[in-house]
Design a protein around this ligand. Sequence first.
Ligand SMILES: Cc1cc2nc3c(=O)[nH]c(=O)nc-3n(C[C@H](O)[C@H](O)[C@H](O)COP(=O)(O)O)c2cc1C
Length: 392
Amino acid sequence: MSRNFSARREFLRFLAASPLVAMAQEPSAQSALSVLDFEPLAHKTLPPAHWGYMSSGVDDDLTVRMNREAMGHYQIRARRLVGAAKPDLSLQIFGKTWDSPIYFSAVSAQRAFHPDGELGTARAAKAKRVTQMLSTVSSTSVEDVGKALGEPPWYQLYMPTTWDETEKLVRRVEAAGCEVLAWTIDTLGGRNAETGARLARTDTRNCLTCHSSRPDVNQGSSRNRTKPMFAGLSGEMNPAGADWSYVDRLKKMTKMKLLLKGIDTAEDAVLAREHGADGVVVSNHGGRATETGRGTIDILPEVVDAVGPRFPVFVDGGFRRGTDVFKALSLGARAVGIGRPYVWGLAAYGQEGVERVIDILRAELIMTMRNCGVAAAAKFTRDSVLRNGVRL
Ligand SMILES: Cc1cc2nc3c(=O)[nH]c(=O)nc-3n(C[C@H](O)[C@H](O)[C@H](O)COP(=O)(O)O)c2cc1C
Protein backbone atom coordinates (compact mmCIF):
# COMPACT_ATOMS: atom_id res chain seq x y z
CA MET A 1 0.00 0.00 0.00
CA SER A 2 2.66 2.49 1.05
CA ARG A 3 4.86 1.40 -1.90
CA ASN A 4 1.91 2.11 -4.19
CA PHE A 5 1.45 5.50 -2.61
CA SER A 6 5.07 6.52 -3.04
CA ALA A 7 5.10 5.22 -6.64
CA ARG A 8 2.09 7.40 -7.37
CA ARG A 9 3.79 10.37 -5.74
CA GLU A 10 6.89 9.75 -7.86
CA PHE A 11 4.71 9.59 -10.96
CA LEU A 12 2.94 12.85 -10.08
CA ARG A 13 6.31 14.53 -9.51
CA PHE A 14 7.45 13.27 -12.92
CA LEU A 15 4.27 14.59 -14.53
CA ALA A 16 4.65 18.00 -12.90
CA ALA A 17 8.12 18.33 -14.43
CA SER A 18 6.94 17.27 -17.87
CA PRO A 19 6.91 19.94 -20.60
CA LEU A 20 3.55 18.61 -21.77
CA VAL A 21 1.97 19.55 -18.47
CA ALA A 22 3.69 22.93 -18.55
CA MET A 23 2.09 23.52 -21.94
CA ALA A 24 -1.35 22.49 -20.70
CA GLN A 25 -1.05 24.63 -17.56
CA GLU A 26 0.37 27.75 -19.13
CA PRO A 27 -0.66 27.63 -22.71
CA SER A 28 1.22 30.01 -24.89
CA ALA A 29 1.90 30.01 -28.59
CA GLN A 30 5.62 30.00 -27.77
CA SER A 31 5.35 26.60 -26.04
CA ALA A 32 4.43 24.91 -29.31
CA LEU A 33 7.33 22.89 -30.69
CA SER A 34 5.75 21.98 -34.01
CA VAL A 35 2.90 23.42 -36.06
CA LEU A 36 1.11 20.12 -35.41
CA ASP A 37 0.90 21.08 -31.71
CA PHE A 38 -1.69 23.69 -32.69
CA GLU A 39 -4.15 21.18 -34.14
CA PRO A 40 -5.42 19.70 -30.83
CA LEU A 41 -5.47 23.19 -29.31
CA ALA A 42 -7.67 24.46 -32.15
CA HIS A 43 -9.89 21.39 -31.78
CA LYS A 44 -10.30 22.06 -28.06
CA THR A 45 -11.06 25.74 -28.60
CA LEU A 46 -13.64 25.48 -31.36
CA PRO A 47 -17.27 24.38 -31.19
CA PRO A 48 -17.91 21.10 -33.08
CA ALA A 49 -19.48 22.69 -36.16
CA HIS A 50 -16.58 25.11 -36.65
CA TRP A 51 -13.96 22.44 -35.97
CA GLY A 52 -15.79 20.22 -38.47
CA TYR A 53 -15.73 22.99 -41.06
CA MET A 54 -11.99 23.46 -40.61
CA SER A 55 -10.91 19.85 -40.43
CA SER A 56 -13.27 18.21 -42.91
CA GLY A 57 -12.16 16.70 -46.18
CA VAL A 58 -14.69 15.07 -48.49
CA ASP A 59 -16.24 11.58 -48.44
CA ASP A 60 -13.97 9.50 -46.17
CA ASP A 61 -11.23 12.19 -45.80
CA LEU A 62 -8.79 9.90 -47.62
CA THR A 63 -7.31 12.74 -49.70
CA VAL A 64 -6.68 14.83 -46.58
CA ARG A 65 -4.66 11.91 -45.23
CA MET A 66 -2.91 11.30 -48.58
CA ASN A 67 -1.65 14.89 -48.69
CA ARG A 68 0.30 14.06 -45.53
CA GLU A 69 1.20 10.46 -46.30
CA ALA A 70 2.56 11.35 -49.74
CA MET A 71 5.31 13.42 -48.08
CA GLY A 72 6.73 10.02 -47.08
CA HIS A 73 7.10 9.03 -50.73
CA TYR A 74 10.04 11.45 -50.91
CA GLN A 75 13.38 11.41 -49.14
CA ILE A 76 15.99 14.12 -48.83
CA ARG A 77 19.41 13.58 -50.47
CA ALA A 78 21.53 15.44 -48.00
CA ARG A 79 24.75 17.03 -49.23
CA ARG A 80 27.33 18.15 -46.68
CA LEU A 81 29.92 20.87 -46.20
CA VAL A 82 28.54 23.33 -48.71
CA GLY A 83 28.90 26.24 -46.31
CA ALA A 84 25.18 26.99 -45.99
CA ALA A 85 25.43 28.67 -42.58
CA LYS A 86 22.84 31.32 -43.35
CA PRO A 87 20.47 30.04 -46.01
CA ASP A 88 18.81 32.82 -47.96
CA LEU A 89 15.06 32.13 -47.98
CA SER A 90 14.18 35.16 -50.10
CA LEU A 91 12.87 34.88 -53.64
CA GLN A 92 11.29 36.94 -56.39
CA ILE A 93 7.61 36.32 -57.18
CA PHE A 94 5.88 38.46 -59.83
CA GLY A 95 8.37 41.27 -59.34
CA LYS A 96 8.13 41.29 -55.53
CA THR A 97 10.67 40.05 -53.03
CA TRP A 98 9.33 37.47 -50.61
CA ASP A 99 11.12 36.80 -47.30
CA SER A 100 10.50 33.07 -47.59
CA PRO A 101 8.85 30.58 -49.96
CA ILE A 102 5.85 29.94 -47.68
CA TYR A 103 2.51 31.77 -47.96
CA PHE A 104 -0.93 31.69 -46.34
CA SER A 105 -3.39 30.05 -48.71
CA ALA A 106 -7.05 31.10 -48.89
CA VAL A 107 -9.13 29.95 -45.94
CA SER A 108 -12.73 31.11 -45.83
CA ALA A 109 -14.77 32.59 -42.95
CA GLN A 110 -11.93 32.97 -40.46
CA ARG A 111 -14.10 34.63 -37.83
CA ALA A 112 -15.54 31.17 -37.30
CA PHE A 113 -12.13 30.36 -35.78
CA HIS A 114 -11.22 33.52 -33.87
CA PRO A 115 -12.97 36.89 -33.35
CA ASP A 116 -10.11 38.66 -35.19
CA GLY A 117 -10.58 36.39 -38.22
CA GLU A 118 -8.71 37.44 -41.36
CA LEU A 119 -7.49 40.60 -39.60
CA GLY A 120 -5.53 38.47 -37.09
CA THR A 121 -4.00 36.59 -39.99
CA ALA A 122 -3.24 39.84 -41.84
CA ARG A 123 -1.49 41.37 -38.80
CA ALA A 124 0.61 38.24 -38.40
CA ALA A 125 1.38 38.21 -42.13
CA LYS A 126 2.46 41.85 -41.93
CA ALA A 127 4.64 41.26 -38.86
CA LYS A 128 6.32 38.23 -40.46
CA ARG A 129 6.25 39.49 -44.04
CA VAL A 130 4.18 36.63 -45.46
CA THR A 131 1.95 36.83 -48.54
CA GLN A 132 -1.71 36.31 -47.63
CA MET A 133 -4.21 34.96 -50.14
CA LEU A 134 -7.69 36.15 -49.19
CA SER A 135 -10.74 33.95 -49.82
CA THR A 136 -13.80 35.23 -51.66
CA VAL A 137 -15.81 33.78 -48.77
CA SER A 138 -13.90 35.83 -46.19
CA SER A 139 -15.56 37.23 -43.10
CA THR A 140 -13.67 40.52 -43.64
CA SER A 141 -13.57 42.65 -46.77
CA VAL A 142 -10.55 42.86 -49.06
CA GLU A 143 -10.32 46.58 -48.28
CA ASP A 144 -10.06 46.04 -44.50
CA VAL A 145 -7.64 43.15 -44.87
CA GLY A 146 -5.46 45.32 -47.11
CA LYS A 147 -5.31 47.98 -44.39
CA ALA A 148 -4.30 45.47 -41.68
CA LEU A 149 -1.79 43.81 -43.98
CA GLY A 150 -0.23 47.07 -45.12
CA GLU A 151 -0.58 46.00 -48.75
CA PRO A 152 -3.29 44.38 -50.86
CA PRO A 153 -3.51 40.60 -50.41
CA TRP A 154 -3.51 38.07 -53.20
CA TYR A 155 -7.15 37.46 -54.00
CA GLN A 156 -8.69 34.00 -54.33
CA LEU A 157 -11.65 34.04 -56.69
CA TYR A 158 -14.72 31.87 -56.46
CA MET A 159 -16.21 32.94 -59.75
CA PRO A 160 -19.82 34.17 -59.61
CA THR A 161 -22.14 32.33 -62.00
CA THR A 162 -22.71 35.34 -64.29
CA TRP A 163 -20.09 37.38 -66.15
CA ASP A 164 -21.75 40.57 -65.00
CA GLU A 165 -21.17 39.67 -61.34
CA THR A 166 -17.69 38.32 -62.08
CA GLU A 167 -16.74 41.65 -63.60
CA LYS A 168 -18.14 43.55 -60.60
CA LEU A 169 -16.11 41.44 -58.19
CA VAL A 170 -12.95 41.66 -60.29
CA ARG A 171 -13.25 45.47 -60.49
CA ARG A 172 -13.69 45.69 -56.72
CA VAL A 173 -10.60 43.55 -56.14
CA GLU A 174 -8.60 45.62 -58.64
CA ALA A 175 -9.75 48.83 -56.93
CA ALA A 176 -8.45 47.42 -53.66
CA GLY A 177 -5.05 47.19 -55.37
CA CYS A 178 -4.72 43.39 -55.57
CA GLU A 179 -2.12 42.31 -58.10
CA VAL A 180 -2.72 38.56 -58.13
CA LEU A 181 -6.02 36.76 -58.73
CA ALA A 182 -6.16 33.01 -58.05
CA TRP A 183 -9.26 31.42 -59.56
CA THR A 184 -10.15 28.22 -57.73
CA ILE A 185 -11.37 25.64 -60.22
CA ASP A 186 -11.45 22.43 -58.21
CA THR A 187 -14.90 22.78 -56.63
CA LEU A 188 -17.00 23.91 -59.58
CA GLY A 189 -19.15 20.79 -59.24
CA GLY A 190 -19.76 21.05 -55.47
CA ARG A 191 -18.32 18.85 -52.75
CA ASN A 192 -19.35 16.30 -50.18
CA ALA A 193 -17.85 17.56 -46.91
CA GLU A 194 -19.31 14.73 -44.90
CA THR A 195 -17.16 14.96 -41.76
CA GLY A 196 -18.07 18.64 -41.48
CA ALA A 197 -21.77 17.88 -41.89
CA ARG A 198 -21.66 15.09 -39.29
CA LEU A 199 -19.89 17.27 -36.73
CA ALA A 200 -22.33 20.13 -37.37
CA ARG A 201 -25.15 17.76 -36.37
CA THR A 202 -23.49 17.18 -33.00
CA ASP A 203 -23.34 20.92 -32.28
CA THR A 204 -26.14 21.75 -29.88
CA ARG A 205 -25.73 25.54 -30.02
CA ASN A 206 -28.34 27.59 -31.82
CA CYS A 207 -26.44 28.62 -34.96
CA LEU A 208 -29.09 31.17 -35.84
CA THR A 209 -27.85 33.41 -33.02
CA CYS A 210 -24.74 34.12 -35.11
CA HIS A 211 -25.72 33.03 -38.62
CA SER A 212 -28.63 34.01 -40.79
CA SER A 213 -29.10 30.38 -41.87
CA ARG A 214 -28.23 26.85 -40.74
CA PRO A 215 -24.61 25.88 -41.34
CA ASP A 216 -23.97 24.56 -44.79
CA VAL A 217 -20.46 23.30 -45.32
CA ASN A 218 -21.04 23.56 -49.06
CA GLN A 219 -21.70 27.28 -48.77
CA GLY A 220 -25.13 28.01 -50.15
CA SER A 221 -25.84 31.29 -51.92
CA SER A 222 -27.98 32.73 -49.12
CA ARG A 223 -25.07 32.15 -46.74
CA ASN A 224 -22.64 33.79 -49.16
CA ARG A 225 -24.78 36.89 -49.48
CA THR A 226 -24.05 37.69 -45.83
CA LYS A 227 -20.30 37.83 -46.56
CA PRO A 228 -18.67 41.21 -47.28
CA MET A 229 -17.29 40.29 -50.69
CA PHE A 230 -20.76 39.38 -51.94
CA ALA A 231 -22.26 42.81 -51.26
CA GLY A 232 -24.47 43.63 -54.25
CA LEU A 233 -24.04 40.11 -55.68
CA SER A 234 -26.43 37.15 -55.72
CA GLY A 235 -24.11 34.83 -53.80
CA GLU A 236 -24.29 32.25 -56.60
CA MET A 237 -20.80 31.09 -57.47
CA ASN A 238 -18.81 28.34 -59.19
CA PRO A 239 -20.23 28.00 -62.71
CA ALA A 240 -20.27 24.21 -63.12
CA GLY A 241 -20.15 24.48 -66.91
CA ALA A 242 -16.97 26.58 -67.05
CA ASP A 243 -14.39 25.57 -69.64
CA TRP A 244 -11.06 26.94 -70.90
CA SER A 245 -12.80 29.81 -72.72
CA TYR A 246 -13.58 31.17 -69.23
CA VAL A 247 -9.85 31.49 -68.59
CA ASP A 248 -9.43 33.45 -71.83
CA ARG A 249 -12.26 35.77 -70.88
CA LEU A 250 -11.07 36.28 -67.30
CA LYS A 251 -7.54 36.95 -68.50
CA LYS A 252 -8.84 39.62 -70.93
CA MET A 253 -10.92 41.16 -68.14
CA THR A 254 -8.02 42.09 -65.88
CA LYS A 255 -4.38 43.07 -65.76
CA MET A 256 -3.92 41.22 -62.47
CA LYS A 257 -1.65 38.19 -62.63
CA LEU A 258 -3.92 35.18 -63.04
CA LEU A 259 -3.30 31.89 -61.23
CA LEU A 260 -5.42 28.77 -61.60
CA LYS A 261 -5.77 27.09 -58.21
CA GLY A 262 -6.63 23.41 -58.21
CA ILE A 263 -4.51 22.13 -61.11
CA ASP A 264 -3.85 18.41 -60.67
CA THR A 265 -2.47 17.14 -63.99
CA ALA A 266 0.27 17.91 -66.50
CA GLU A 267 -2.34 18.37 -69.26
CA ASP A 268 -4.25 21.05 -67.38
CA ALA A 269 -1.06 22.87 -66.40
CA VAL A 270 -0.12 23.11 -70.09
CA LEU A 271 -3.63 24.30 -70.98
CA ALA A 272 -3.46 26.89 -68.20
CA ARG A 273 -0.26 28.30 -69.66
CA GLU A 274 -1.67 28.22 -73.22
CA HIS A 275 -4.77 30.12 -72.10
CA GLY A 276 -2.72 32.91 -70.57
CA ALA A 277 -2.50 31.99 -66.88
CA ASP A 278 0.56 33.44 -65.20
CA GLY A 279 1.01 30.42 -62.94
CA VAL A 280 -0.77 27.47 -61.38
CA VAL A 281 -1.39 26.21 -57.87
CA VAL A 282 -1.17 22.45 -57.57
CA SER A 283 -3.90 21.91 -55.02
CA ASN A 284 -6.78 19.62 -54.13
CA HIS A 285 -8.25 22.23 -51.78
CA GLY A 286 -6.63 20.52 -48.79
CA GLY A 287 -8.51 17.30 -49.68
CA ARG A 288 -11.80 19.23 -49.61
CA ALA A 289 -12.77 19.05 -53.28
CA THR A 290 -12.88 15.47 -54.61
CA GLU A 291 -11.73 12.24 -53.04
CA THR A 292 -9.00 11.65 -55.63
CA GLY A 293 -6.73 9.91 -53.14
CA ARG A 294 -3.73 11.67 -54.65
CA GLY A 295 -1.42 13.78 -52.50
CA THR A 296 -0.42 17.09 -54.05
CA ILE A 297 3.33 16.48 -53.65
CA ASP A 298 2.86 13.41 -55.86
CA ILE A 299 1.24 15.62 -58.52
CA LEU A 300 3.88 18.34 -58.40
CA PRO A 301 6.66 16.67 -60.47
CA GLU A 302 4.39 15.96 -63.49
CA VAL A 303 3.14 19.55 -63.47
CA VAL A 304 6.61 21.09 -63.19
CA ASP A 305 7.92 18.79 -65.92
CA ALA A 306 5.05 19.75 -68.23
CA VAL A 307 5.38 23.53 -67.95
CA GLY A 308 9.11 23.87 -67.32
CA PRO A 309 11.05 25.71 -64.65
CA ARG A 310 10.22 29.26 -65.77
CA PHE A 311 6.46 28.98 -65.34
CA PRO A 312 5.49 29.61 -61.69
CA VAL A 313 4.09 26.49 -60.01
CA PHE A 314 2.84 26.81 -56.43
CA VAL A 315 1.63 23.93 -54.30
CA ASP A 316 -0.45 23.44 -51.15
CA GLY A 317 -1.92 20.52 -49.22
CA GLY A 318 -0.54 18.80 -46.15
CA PHE A 319 2.58 20.91 -45.59
CA ARG A 320 3.37 20.74 -41.86
CA ARG A 321 7.16 20.51 -41.62
CA GLY A 322 10.16 22.39 -42.95
CA THR A 323 11.25 19.11 -44.54
CA ASP A 324 7.93 18.94 -46.46
CA VAL A 325 8.59 22.42 -47.83
CA PHE A 326 12.18 21.45 -48.64
CA LYS A 327 10.93 18.48 -50.70
CA ALA A 328 8.42 20.58 -52.66
CA LEU A 329 11.03 23.24 -53.46
CA SER A 330 13.44 20.51 -54.59
CA LEU A 331 10.72 19.16 -56.88
CA GLY A 332 10.37 22.58 -58.51
CA ALA A 333 7.64 24.42 -56.60
CA ARG A 334 8.18 28.17 -56.57
CA ALA A 335 6.54 28.48 -53.14
CA VAL A 336 4.38 26.45 -50.76
CA GLY A 337 0.97 27.42 -49.36
CA ILE A 338 -0.35 26.42 -45.97
CA GLY A 339 -4.01 26.36 -45.00
CA ARG A 340 -5.02 24.56 -41.81
CA PRO A 341 -1.77 25.13 -39.86
CA TYR A 342 -2.14 28.89 -39.67
CA VAL A 343 -5.84 28.72 -38.84
CA TRP A 344 -5.05 26.22 -36.06
CA GLY A 345 -2.66 28.89 -34.74
CA LEU A 346 -5.32 31.58 -35.23
CA ALA A 347 -7.98 29.54 -33.41
CA ALA A 348 -5.69 28.78 -30.48
CA TYR A 349 -3.92 32.12 -29.96
CA GLY A 350 -5.06 34.65 -32.57
CA GLN A 351 -2.33 36.66 -34.30
CA GLU A 352 0.37 35.29 -31.99
CA GLY A 353 -0.48 31.72 -32.95
CA VAL A 354 -0.28 32.51 -36.67
CA GLU A 355 3.11 34.16 -36.12
CA ARG A 356 4.42 31.16 -34.20
CA VAL A 357 3.31 28.80 -36.99
CA ILE A 358 5.31 30.67 -39.61
CA ASP A 359 8.31 31.03 -37.27
CA ILE A 360 8.40 27.28 -36.65
CA LEU A 361 8.07 26.36 -40.32
CA ARG A 362 10.76 28.83 -41.38
CA ALA A 363 13.13 27.67 -38.62
CA GLU A 364 12.65 24.04 -39.64
CA LEU A 365 13.24 24.89 -43.29
CA ILE A 366 16.40 26.85 -42.50
CA MET A 367 17.81 24.03 -40.40
CA THR A 368 17.09 21.48 -43.15
CA MET A 369 18.73 23.69 -45.78
CA ARG A 370 21.80 24.15 -43.58
CA ASN A 371 22.14 20.47 -42.86
CA CYS A 372 21.38 19.28 -46.36
CA GLY A 373 23.44 21.66 -48.42
CA VAL A 374 21.05 24.17 -50.01
CA ALA A 375 22.27 27.73 -49.51
CA ALA A 376 19.31 29.63 -51.01
CA ALA A 377 15.64 29.19 -51.87
CA ALA A 378 16.52 30.08 -55.45
CA LYS A 379 19.06 27.24 -55.61
CA PHE A 380 16.90 24.15 -55.06
CA THR A 381 17.27 21.35 -57.60
CA ARG A 382 15.99 17.79 -57.91
CA ASP A 383 19.43 16.58 -56.76
CA SER A 384 18.14 17.14 -53.21
CA VAL A 385 15.29 14.66 -53.36
CA LEU A 386 14.50 11.01 -54.10
CA ARG A 387 11.13 9.41 -54.81
CA ASN A 388 10.80 6.05 -53.07
CA GLY A 389 14.58 5.88 -52.93
CA VAL A 390 15.08 6.61 -56.63
CA ARG A 391 16.59 9.75 -58.18
CA LEU A 392 14.23 11.78 -60.32
C1 LIG B 1 -11.34 25.73 -43.53
C2 LIG B 1 -10.79 25.85 -44.93
C3 LIG B 1 -11.37 26.78 -45.78
C4 LIG B 1 -10.86 26.93 -47.07
N1 LIG B 1 -11.40 27.88 -47.87
C5 LIG B 1 -10.92 28.03 -49.13
C6 LIG B 1 -11.44 29.04 -49.98
O1 LIG B 1 -12.30 29.82 -49.58
N2 LIG B 1 -10.97 29.11 -51.24
C7 LIG B 1 -9.99 28.27 -51.70
O2 LIG B 1 -9.58 28.37 -52.86
N3 LIG B 1 -9.46 27.33 -50.91
C8 LIG B 1 -9.90 27.19 -49.64
N4 LIG B 1 -9.34 26.25 -48.83
C9 LIG B 1 -8.21 25.45 -49.34
C10 LIG B 1 -6.88 26.13 -49.03
O3 LIG B 1 -6.71 27.29 -49.81
C11 LIG B 1 -5.69 25.20 -49.32
O4 LIG B 1 -5.78 24.75 -50.64
C12 LIG B 1 -5.62 24.02 -48.36
O5 LIG B 1 -6.08 24.37 -47.08
C13 LIG B 1 -4.20 23.50 -48.26
O6 LIG B 1 -4.15 22.34 -47.51
P1 LIG B 1 -3.79 22.28 -45.95
O7 LIG B 1 -4.99 22.78 -45.21
O8 LIG B 1 -3.54 20.83 -45.73
O9 LIG B 1 -2.57 23.14 -45.71
C14 LIG B 1 -9.81 26.10 -47.52
C15 LIG B 1 -9.23 25.18 -46.66
C16 LIG B 1 -9.71 25.05 -45.37
C17 LIG B 1 -9.07 24.06 -44.45
